[in-house]
Ligand binder design. Structure first.
Ligand SMILES: [Zn+2]
Length: 319
């Protein structure tokens, strides 16, 4: 069985075909269009092209998208990076490809992918933390994504870690994302005249931090501590046996890992994973498509089991 996996990002959109073992059989990508209808056309076109490339008929699609979402209605309520509001993307894509679509938050899709065939394999409870333009999180327990009542659970980026702290894009103050995210790092660097907001300078910021640069160490060290605190809070709540970090900022992981892990271990206490249980993604940038497709395959398998049970009852009653 095959499924399309789609990862709709703020800048790029990735599309892949994934099999039941979690292997990516074909993939492609394109720049995410500003207009949702154009995005749906591009997604559908890329999906059909991959189907043709493989010579296989594909009948299900999973999609990870930036939130917040209305999961029940399949609507992107607001995606600030895309400038989209109230977009019924699930039904739009389902209509364009004439197949069932499973849609989830991008961090949840990535978490499901890592739990299924990535760095979270074999874990009972996986906590995934994405460090990119923003900070996201997802929890998968025994193969099930924890959504919360309205799909807003595990938004680690918007946990307040500093009372009355830095202003966050969400309107609150002191959120983790207001300290340790690509956006927040650029902002804080600019505030001390140490960067021009170019995301490509993040690596050099971490290098200067590791070298003990006095203009960088105070605020970047604090940002790492705030991230550790936020992740530890989530850890205390969900008691994961695996914590996996992913996203663009993990490219500099070697330069801030020691301080982050020390802070994490101190704040987690007994709730922390066993030694070696905290680490980096295995699927990298593919986690989103793998996880999204995995969610669609899981939904299809559950449907088949239901059908089989219904079939048993029917044949039983006719006997
Ligand atoms: Zn916030």
């Amino acid at each position: 069985m095959l499924a399309w996996g789609v990862d709709v990002g703020g800048t790029d959109c990735k599309v892949g075909v994934v099999d039941a073992t979690g292997r990516v059989r074909a993939e492609s990508g394109f720049e995410t269009p500003d207009d949702p209808e154009a995005a749906v056309r591009e997604i559908a076109g890329a999906c059909r092209a991959l189907e043709e490339e493989l010579g296989a008929r594909i009948e299900r699609l999973g999609m990870g998208v930036p939130g917040p979402l209305d999961l029940e209605r399949g609507v992107i309520v607001h995606a600030p990076n895309l400038g989209w509001r109230d977009v019924p993307l699930r039904d739009m894509v389902a209509g364009a490809l004439d197949c069932p679509v499973v849609m989830d938050n991008d961090a949840n899709a990535a978490a499901y992918g890592e739990a299924w065939v990535g760095a979270g394999r074999g874990a009972r409870v996986l906590l995934l933390v994405t460090l990119g333009t923003g900070v996201g999180g997802g929890v998968v327990e025994d193969g099930r994504v924890f959504h919360g009542a309205r799909g807003l659970a595990v938004e680690i980026g918007h946990m307040v870690a500093v009372a009355g702290g830095r202003a966050c894009s969400c309107g609150k103050r002191g959120c983790v994302e207001a300290y340790f995210s690509a956006h927040a790092l650029s902002e804080q660097a600019a505030e001390v005249g140490a960067g021009d907001g170019d995301p490509r300078v993040h690596r050099s910021l971490f290098e200067r931090y590791a070298a003990g640069d006095e203009r960088i160490v105070p605020w970047l060290g604090r940002a790492i501590d705030v991230l550790a605190q936020g992740v530890a809070h989530a850890g205390v709540l969900f008691d994961p046996d695996r914590i996996v970090f992913t996203g663009g900022l993990t490219r500099s992981w070697d330069l801030y890992r020691d301080r982050l892990l020390a802070g994490l271990q101190a704040d987690l206490g007994p709730a922390g994973p066993p030694p070696g249980g905290i680490g980096l993604t295995e699927l990298g940038g593919r986690a989103g498509i793998v996880g999204a497709a995995g969610l669609a395959l899981k939904r299809a398998a559950a449907g088949k089991r239901r059908e089989a049970r219904g079939g048993e009852r029917v044949s039983g009653s006719s006997r």
